[in-house]
Structures are given as C-alpha cells and as structure tokens.
Design a protein around this ligand. Structure first.
Ligand code: PGA
Length: 261
C-alpha cells in the first residue's frame, strides 16, 4: 500500500505569495519519491491558485501530489452564507477533504452528526474523506469508538474505500509531544477491528489509517513501520518545506496491508 502523507496547513501562510512558494518547494522536493501520495490541504482561498500547479499526468508508481481541503459544508449548493461546498472543491481539483479535525470540533463546535452529514456529501461527489478522531488526555477508547461510529453512520460498504481515518490524539497536536508508538499501534488495531466488524475483512485490511500529532522528520518513519498506520497527517512541520519533504522521503516505502486475525 502506498504511504499517504497529508499536509494540513491550517490557517497558514498569511499571503498567497508565501503559499505559492511553500507549495512549489514541496512539489519540487517530493518529485522523485516513490510509492507515496502527498496531499496538500491549504486554506480555501489558496486552493484555486495552487490547484493550477498540480499535474494530473504523473506516473502511478511515482509520488503524486494532490490537493485537499481542511473542511467543507454538508450541502452541494444553496443559501448557506459563508459555506464552501464539496462540489466547488471538486471543481477546483481537490481530491480529499479533511473532516472533524479537533480544532473544528473545539472552536467551531462541530458535532459527530455534522461531520457525518459532511462526509456523506463528500462521498456523494466522489471525493475522499479523511475523518479525524482523537481523545483528550485521560479519555479512553470509548470516545474514539463513538466518534468513528457516529461519523460513519449510514456509510455504505461500497464507499468505505474512499474513507481514510486519521488518529490525532488532542494532547499530541501542536505540543511537540507525539503519541507513543505503542499507543498508536493499539489504536490503529482498534480502528481496523471496528471497520472489520462493520464492513468486513477486505475493507479493514485495505483501510488507510493516518497518525497525526507533532510529527517531524525524526519520528515520522517509525509510525509507518511500527505503529500500524499507512500515513501521516502533518500540521506544523508541513509549513517548512525542507522538513515536510524529509518526512515524505522517509515514509516513501510500501506499507504492509495489515492482516486482521
Ligand atoms: P501538528 O498538527 O503536526 O502541528 O501537531 C497535526 C494536526 O493538527 O493535524
């Protein structure tokens, strides 16, 4: 399975000039990496301009660069002031949409129900959805279970291949204190088992799981090789081209498809 390395730029950079520069440095840096898909998720306002730099003709075995967004609305169009629809994102060349990031759950009070509605629209329009789940320090697996169960409510077996699950423990985001490999391994097995129960073996084995939270070039590879995940969701480090390219380079290995027993 190809590794998937996703850059979540959040509310950065603050000028188009800086966004273009960062994007092009990353694009150049990852050119020769194999077996990896890199997805850059800039702010909405930068998507149309950066989309013009994404080539659609890249050889399948080479690293491909795709564009994603950090959120979207749950309707395709209409009287929803200030919202961005997944159809608009698709039209601009986005292939992925991050949903349910903990910062949106916290600052925008997004609920599982809202995330589920968004997910359904994203899938309806043929985009891939990256659903983020994560617990606060001291919380257990129950919260992860309910976030995933509620987020996937009504999602069919046919659509599960277009869903990626990102495990992002809140205590590890932006703190410089990444989650232990053992913990990420047990959560990734837990997620795969949940998918197995609901959608069957093939879906569980082929599910892409990402880890996110204080990833840097030193710790990146160990998550892919030792923690049962197939990629990374990178925040702060994705704003430094050299660091992000180094992360993508170190993860450019074919990850094993995890067998469920
Ligand atoms: P971080 O953020 O890499 O800065 O910890 C990760 C995320 O929020 O997706």
């Amino acid at each position: 399975m190809k590794s998937l390395i996703v850059a979540n730029w959040k509310c950065n950079p603050t000028s188009l000039k800086k966004a273009k520069r960062l994007f092009n440095l990353i694009k150049k840096g990852i050119k020769s990496i194999k077996n990896t898909e890199v997805v850059i998720c800039p702010s909405f306002v930068h998507i149309p301009i950066l989309g013009a730099f994404v080539s659609t003709r890249q050889k399948a075995s080479f690293c491909r660069l795709a564009l994603g967004s950090q959120d979207c609305f749950w309707e395709g169009k209409g009287a929803f002031t200030g919202e961005i629809s997944p159809l608009m994102l698709k039209d601009l060349g986005c292939r992925y949409v991050i949903l349910g990031h903990s910062e949106r759950r916290k600052y925008l009070i997004e609920t599982d129900e809202m995330i589920n509605k968004k997910m359904k629209k994203v899938l309806e329009f043929g985009l891939k959805s990256i659903i983020c789940i994560g617990e606060k320090k001291g919380e257990g697996f129950d919260i992860l279970k309910s976030q995933l169960q509620n987020g996937l409510k009504g999602i069919s077996k046919k659509n599960i291949k277009n869903i990626i699950v990102a495990y992002e423990p809140i205590f590890a985001i932006g703190t410089g204190k990444s989650c232990s490999l053992d913990k990420v391994l047990s959560v990734s097995l837990f997620i795969r088992k949940m998918i197995y129960k609901k959608y069957g073996r093939t879906a569980a084995e082929n599910l892409k799981i990402l880890y996110g939270g204080s990833i840097n070039k030193e710790n990146a590879k160990s998550y892919i090789t030792e923690a049962g995940v197939n990629g990374l969701l990178v925040g702060g480090a994705s704003l430094k081209a050299d660091e992000f390219v180094a992360i993508a380079k170190r993860c450019g290995i074919r990850t094993k498809i995890s067998k469920i027993s």
